[in-house]
Every structure is written in C-alpha cells, then in structure tokens.
Design a protein around this ligand. Sequence first.
Ligand code: URA
Length: 239
Amino acid sequence: MRLDKLLSNAGFGARSQVKRLIRKGHVTVNGEVVKDPGFHVDPEKDEVLVDGEPVLYEENYYIVLNKPAGYVTSTKDRELTVMELLSDIPRFEKLFPVGRLDKDAEGLLLLTTDGELAHRLTHPRWKVPKKYYVVVEGKLTEEAVEPLRKGIELKNFKARPAKVKILKAGDEESEAEIEITEGKYHQVKRMFAAVGHPVKYLKRVEFGGLKLGELPTGQYRHLTEGELRALKALLGLKE
Ligand code: URA
C-alpha cells in the first residue's frame, strides 16, 4: 500500500495533507525518514511512525472529541451536529457517536466506525464507567449526595450506586465529580435534581478508562494504540 494512502486511511488527513506531512519529514518507516508519498509499505510488517507515534493499521477509526456545548450528538439533524467538527477526517461520514451527550453538555465523546465495540460500550452488561464534572445549584453536602451513592430511585428506573466526590461547596453553587456505569437519558441531571441540586454545567471527563486530559474544546484526537488495547480488554474483545 502507498504510504500516503495508509496514513490517509488511518485518519491523518486528506491525501494532500498527508503528502505534505510526509514531504516535511514527519514520517518514518522502520526507523528511516521517508519523504516519498508513493513509497510502498506493508501495513502488517512495516513500522510506520508519525512524529514518533505508531500509526494504527485498523480499518476502523477511534476518535475522542471534546464536544462543545451547542452541538447535537447525532450524525444527522436539523441542528448543528458533532460531525461538523470532524469533517476534515477522511471517510468521517462512517463515524458514529458512542452514546450521547446532551446538546448543552461538553466533554469526552467517543466516535468510531467499530460497531461491535460501540455496542459493548453502550450495553448495560459491561458497566462501562463514565465520569462527569458538574457544577450544581446550591451548597452540596455529604449528606445530600448520600442517596446518589446508595442508588437513587428516579421516575422510571433505579440508578445504580454512583461514586460522588464534592470538589467545592459554595453557597450559590458547588462543584463535584460523579461516576456512573449507566447512560440513561439525562441521567446525571436527573440524579442531582432528585437530591435538590439542579445541574448548571456538565462535562464528561472520562469514559471507559479514556481520559479527556488537556484536549481543547472542539478538538479531536485519535485513540492511541495503548488506549484502544485497554478499551478492548475492558470489553472482552480481542485485538
Ligand atoms: N447525563 C446527563 O444528564 N447528560 C449527559 O449529557 C450525560 C449524562
């Protein structure tokens, strides 16, 4: 396979962008800088690095997006969707979001072309942990969040016990982190509302062991090989 095709398929940009990357000397094959976009590589055997990072040969894509507020988690909608933020990825139309973040929510959204992985990540059986940072109305106390830790009864389902850490408790508003292993509609908002502290701001910071880290709002990155391996291991999928 041509080097430029391999990198483009792996999500490093359109052919023209990838060619520029190669010509500028960012790419090595088996330790040697290769500046010819037409150079032939064997994806199974050759080690290709971009700026020292191994290139995933997966046919599938795995993208972490830091979703800004105001975008709908959907592939098609009358409103602005998260797909708008990914349109420079070749074959981005094949990506779909794993689970959902509300329009006003921010943070870690995984998008992939891998149906099996997506299915397991959203299936209750795998109890995939999701961590959110929230700002809520009023002064949070340990007592107030206790029902969330025990497992709270909501309108039509009982939420499993959540891990809750109060980060800051002010008179007007408070900050907390909550980790849940389900993903029901508006779940975190409903949980805090049920204990008298409506959510003012919500951001997902972790998902299935993946961390948002310092990724700026509105930006995306590809999963690293290590992250993908860990995610598949968590879900009982072989590499
Ligand atoms: N819980 C919510 O209430 N909203 C989200 O977007 C995610 C979890």
